[in-house]
Write a protein that binds this ligand. Structure first.
Ligand code: SAH
Length: 251
């Protein structure tokens, strides 16, 4: 059996209870070494076979899973954050299906949630934005043309940009071209929830400058939108004058 497990954004105690339990039982662990906190490997039992996937190909990863399976071992594939976001798990799962190897997925805390917690903020503020866009700039991995940043920017929703910290001048240009005001609040969150986490608050037009000043070019999320500002309306849910299924409005 193979378990794809979300390791969480960094802090070793932000893995789920289910993920930790499975990690403790694993005979084989393949972890994404570039972003998974190695302290999570302390949860494994003595003798657990450990592979760092940073230097492996898809074929090599599958080979390790197949070998484990042939010896009735339990394999954990540990992905950073939540495996469904830029985790490249679909291609692994499809090969496992072909090979008749059973697998299961355990979600994790994505870094965009870790970053919001670090900033003590809420993406979905009434009257500001009720939508979160998770996206990236294209790098060597292309992004479909219809999802080009300036098109997504036309919504001026809350946005979390992965894998883009090295392209901030172009990112700002596209965000502004698409509709955000140049002075829209933005944040760069480096290694959210890790011991060396850093938060840089800035504006969309100053993203690149702020990153340079703080020497951040990777392992960071870029957050942009009015949710980082100070203006919003109270929620209806907890408004004393608002009646809903579980509470009558106060007279
Ligand atoms: N599956 C992961 C994302 C993997 S893509 C998740 O759900 O979070 C890798 C990108 O995620 C990095 O380039 C960076 O943009 C972001 N990232 C991952 N961990 C991060 C962290 N702790 N702090 C800030 N950004 C992080």
């Amino acid at each position: 059996m193979v378990y794809f497990i979300g390791a969480g954004p960094g802090a070793f105690d932000l893995i789920t209870v289910r993920g930790k339990n499975l990690l403790e039982q694993a005979d084989v662990v393949i972890y994404a070494g570039s972003l998974v906190n190695p302290k999570l490997l302390d949860y494994t039992k003595p003798g657990c076979e450990i592979h760092n996937s940073a230097s492996m190909t898809l074929e090599q990863v599958i080979q390790v899973m197949e070998k484990g399976e042939s010896q009735s071992k339990m394999t954990v594939r540990l992905h950073t954050g939540d495996p469904s976001i830029y985790g490249a798990i679909r291609e692994q799962m499809d090969i496992l299906i072909e090979k008749g190897i059973e697998y299961s997925v355990v979600p994790g805390v994505s870094s965009f949630c870790g970053a919001a917690a670090a900033l003590k903020t809420e993406y979905t503020l009434p009257t500001v934005s009720q939508t979160v866009i998770l996206t990236r700039m294209e790098g060597r991995t292309p992004v479909p043309e219809k999802e080009e940043i300036s098109k997504l920017a036309s919504h001026q929703a809350s946005m979390a940009l992965f894998l883009s910290a090295g392209m901030l001048e172009e990112l700002s240009r596209r965000l502004i071209k698409g509709g955000y005001n140049a002075d829209t609040p933005a944040a760069i969150v480096y290694k959210a929830t890790w011991p060396d986490e850093r938060i840089v608050r800035t504006t969309i037009e100053n993203l690149s400058q702020a990153a340079k000043e703080n020497e951040i070019s990777k392992t960071a999320l870029i957050l942009v939108g009015g949710f980082l500002g100070n203006e919003y309306e109270r929620s209806k849910l907890y408004d004393p004058t608002f009646t809903h299924e579980f509470r009558e409005a106060e007279k």
